[in-house]
Ligand binder design. Structure first.
Ligand code: NAD
Ligand code: 3PG
Length: 313
């Protein structure tokens, strides 16, 4: 079994996930992801399986893969938006992912971004480093309303944490998890996303990127629906937000800030429009990158692959 491993956090973090993978007798080749379609096309047919991150598994790549040896795709992570699932089905390549193992890390990252912004840590750090003692005034977070769009694994974990620090929590999802809401009585489920746009001081996105959710945060939303100059936090996917509308919205004070872990194009392009804009903080897709989460996620990705192999034999 020849396996292509492209996720850098898996490779760079020693732990139980690596022990499990390297005890299977696979021949493992590594590349530093994310890997683009044109880079995958010439090599993919050499592999029986891949453990991938946000690599471009287009129909062309999958087709090329199955003309050779490709049989299994194990995604390390949750979001499957870079894998053409229809094509995988068409060519009988099962795809697995790692749900509900990185929500602690990602929700902590959301709060880290929020605290950083509200207490100007990023500005004050740079200022002190340059020898200055300028002191900014920040904002408290307790008592503010957070609107969570997408109450899945990360959204729910964030809802609990936000409640614990005294925020009022609104949540919206296309699926209403009655059991979670019954067990977390202070999480207020709203039936219309517009209630979040209207009432939230902080909006955090936790839904997948699909054709339906692309540019969910549109010019129309930014200019006509946001009522409280919220801070927008995005640890889900860059394509959920219309970047140009967002920049205009920040200039017009429709939003107070944009704190994001994800961009529409990753790795960041040299001419990324969000770079250097006031009141934007960008981190390089590190929401789930903790030693704890990498080991959980990595172990699940390897176990998923072992299960796929066992099932097929
Ligand atoms: N920054 C990171 O490192 C990082 C880490 C994990 C996940 N992610 C991204 O965050 C997303 C959420 O992660 P998760 O683990 O919570 O996923 P999840 O699948 O557990 O939850 C996603 C939720 O979004 C809801 N949803 C789908 N479409 C919706 C819509 N149109 N409107 C409202 N709700 C909708 C689903 O019903 C589900 O409850 C993932 O899809 C992934 O893209 C990023
Ligand atoms: O989908 C996910 O789980 C996250 O985006 C993390 O993916 P990555 O670790 O491959 O960046």
């Amino acid at each position: 079994m020849k396996v292509l491993l492209t996720t850098t956090s898996f490779q760079d973090t020693p732990g139980v996930h690596q022990d499990l993978l390297y005890s299977q007798g696979f021949k493992v080749d590594t590349l530093r992801g994310p890997i683009l379609e044109e880079e995958l096309l010439p090599i993919i047919q050499n592999y029986d399986a891949v453990i991938c991150g946000d690599d471009e598994y287009t129909e062309a790549v999958i087709k090329k893969g199955v003309e050779g040896n490709l049989k299994f795709i194990s995604k390390y992570g949750v979001g499957l938006d870079r894998i053409d699932l229809e094509a995988a089905k068409k060519y009988n390549v099962p795809v697995t992912n790692c749900p509900a193992v990185n929500q602690v890390s990602v929700s902590e990252h959301v709060l880290a971004l929020l605290f950083t912004f509200e207490r100007n840590i990023h500005l004050q750090y740079n200022s002190v480093q340059s020898g200055s003692w300028k002191r900014w005034i920040g904002h408290e977070i307790e008592g503010k309303t957070i609107g969570i769009i997408g109450l899945g694994a990360v959204g729910k974990e964030l809802a609990k944490k936000a409640d614990a620090i005294g925020m009022k929590v609104l949540g919206f999802d296309v699926f209403k998890d009655e059991e979670f809401l019954a067990n977390n009585g202070r999480v207020n489920f709203v039936n219309s996303i517009n209630d979040i746009y209207k009432d939230a001081d902080v909006i955090s996105l936790h839904l997948p990127h699909t054709p339906k959710t692309e540019h969910l945060i549109s010019r129309e939303v930014i200019f006509n629906k946001l009522k409280k100059q919220p801070i927008l936090i995005n640890t889900a996917r860059g394509m959920l937000v219309d970047s140009l509308a967002l920049i205009d919205g920040l200039k017009e004070r429709k939003l107070r800030g944009y704190l994001t872990d994800v961009l529409s194009h990753e790795p960041m392009l040299e001419d990324e429009v969000l770079r250097g804009v006031d009141n934007i903080i960008i981190t390089p897709h590190v929401g789930s990158r903790t030693y704890e989460s990498v080991q959980r996620q990595g172990t699940m990705a390897v176990k998923n692959l072992i299960q796929l192999i066992t099932k097929s034999s």
